[in-house]
Design a protein around this ligand. Structure first.
Ligand code: DC
Length: 223
């Protein structure tokens, strides 16, 4: 076995995408940010005023959405590069409600599973090790101190030129944590066979080195 599936789950702003990108680049694997897919659906719903309580409207909207990633890993919604827009607070404030809808989850999980058919993929999200790839060879559950996560997300938004306050970020994270882990359909939880990494006190390089060791032990081969 040379190519494996790596699932990375955890709360918002634990550094999942940084780790996932780093691993994918070192292993020459595909990297998929599943949260970006839920964010793209949320942007579409906001733009088209889709009512979350209207089953027919949500079903039709989901049918009209095609999401892909370009070579730079930017999110493409129906042909349009929406990478910047999906990171704005407006989307962050609605994405948990949209991603709790079973009709949305069914469509995206199907696409995500298709993306992993050839293996050689690192995907990060909330339900990757539990629902999307329950047979993934390596499952990582990332955690970090909540206040550290707030600071990291605030700095990240600032560096992207997105306006927010520390308090807005704190509220958004705690609200998303609550909704993501208590929703009825595939809530965020640690897979029983996931390896937990608490990166509060780790540098990016330390975390990456440790996770790569886990990947090699799980069967990944250095190119
Ligand atoms: O990873 P992120 O913070 O960009 O994800 C945005 C939201 O999408 C998150 O609050 C919950 C939802 N999500 C999900 O429900 N399932 C996933 N696999 C990934 C994200």
């Amino acid at each position: 076995m040379d190519k494996i599936i790596i699932a990375i789950d955890g709360y918002s702003s634990c550094g999942k995408s940084t780790l996932a990108k780093g691993m994918a680049s070192r292993l020459r694997y595909i990297y998929i940010d599943s949260g970006a897919m839920y964010r793209a659906v949320t942007l579409f719903f906001l733009r088209h005023n889709v009512s979350l309580d209207d089953a027919e409207q949500t079903r039709q909207a989901v049918e009209n959405i095609t999401i892909s990633f370009n070579a730079d890993n930017r999110t493409i919604l129906n042909g349009e590069d929406v990478e910047n827009e999906i990171r704005q607070m407006e989307v962050s404030n609605h994405v948990s409600q949209v991603s709790a809808l079973p009709v949305v989850r069914r469509a995206l999980v199907r696409q995500q599973q298709a993306m992993g058919q050839q293996k050689g993929i690192v995907m990060d999200g909330r339900d990757i090790g539990t629902v999307v790839f329950p047979n993934a060879e390596l499952k990582i559950f990332l955690t970090a101190d909540p206040e550290k996560r707030v600071q990291r997300r605030f700095e990240e938004l600032k560096s992207k030129g997105i306006k927010s306050s520390v308090e807005d970020v704190r509220q958004n994270l705690s609200q998303r944590d609550r909704i993501d882990s208590t929703r009825g359909d595939s809530p965020l939880r640690q897979a029983t066979d996931a390896i937990v990494i608490d990166n509060t006190q780790m540098t990016r390089d330390e975390q990456l080195a440790y996770a790569l060791e886990l990947a090699y032990s799980a069967g990944a081969v250095v190119e």
